[in-house]
Ligand binder design. Structure first.
Ligand code: SF4
Length: 222
């Protein structure tokens, strides 16, 4: 889009600080079922599911964990088998060698340093082998203690289209979002954007005519 149209559109919808609340409120009504799509019954299962979800779909992870979690119930169970056996059990999630190594390293550290309990702070979570900032953010948010905003491909695309950030790098995008989004909404905000991205604001064909926030979006084609 030429610069003048972008500036014009930004002026039309107003400053982002005034748009953020109505956008969150409308999306919350539109996608009231927006939650994490991974299936888990405990904090440990949550951590494992999020670690396995790198580079694959949540549906695929759920398929694998439906049997995995019957066999591996405690951190000790991941260390009681050979690395190769764990690799076979998570093979279908892809990058299975790396993921098995990370899982075993994480379980070792959970037992050695955290009494077998999943920690809640980002500095602690990111110390676990194979747990990067995005994984830590997802886990912390699901445990009810969000300490940042999860930025995945949908959150990045929608934040850019909505004029919330001009950045490309997820860490810089998150920095913009934590300044803008009210802290109380840090947990649900990414889910709202992810579900809106899946259902309405498609990467290639955004359905702006059906979008409940099209009057607040500088990228609207309506
Ligand atoms: S108006 Fe269009 S570009 Fe903006 S959020 Fe809605 S679907 Fe996406």
């Amino acid at each position: 889009m030429p610069r003048s149209f972008v500036a014009e559109a930004r002026k039309r919808v107003g400053p982002k600080k005034l748009r953020i609340r109505p956008i969150v409120e409308r999306l919350a009504v539109e996608h009231e079922d927006a939650t994490i799509a991974l299936t888990f019954r405990s904090e440990l299962e949550l951590l494992v599911s999020v670690m396995l979800s790198a580079q694959t779909t949540d549906v695929n992870v759920n398929r694998v964990t439906s049997t995995l979690f019957e066999k591996y119930r405690r951190p000790e169970d991941y260390l009681a088998v050979e690395q190769e056996e764990l690799e076979r059990d998570i093979f279908a999630t892809g990058f299975y060698r790396q993921k098995a190594r990370s899982l075993r390293g994480t379980m070792r550290m959970l037992l050695d340093e955290f009494d077998g309990v999943v920690p809640r702070t980002l500095p602690e979570l990111t110390r676990l082998p194979g747990v990067a900032r995005k994984t830590a953010n997802v886990v912390a948010a699901e445990l009810g203690t969000p300490q940042g905003v999860v930025v995945d491909t949908h959150v990045r695309r929608l934040s850019q289209r909505l004029g919330f950030t001009r950045q490309e790098d997820p860490v810089k995008i998150e920095r913009d979002l934590v300044r803008l989004v009210p802290r109380a909404d840090w947990g649900r905000f990414p889910h709202l954007l992810i579900w809106h991205g899946r259902r309405v604001c498609d990467a290639r064909r955004p359905r702006c005519e059906d979008c409940v926030i099209n009057d607040l979006c500088p990228s609207s084609r309506v």
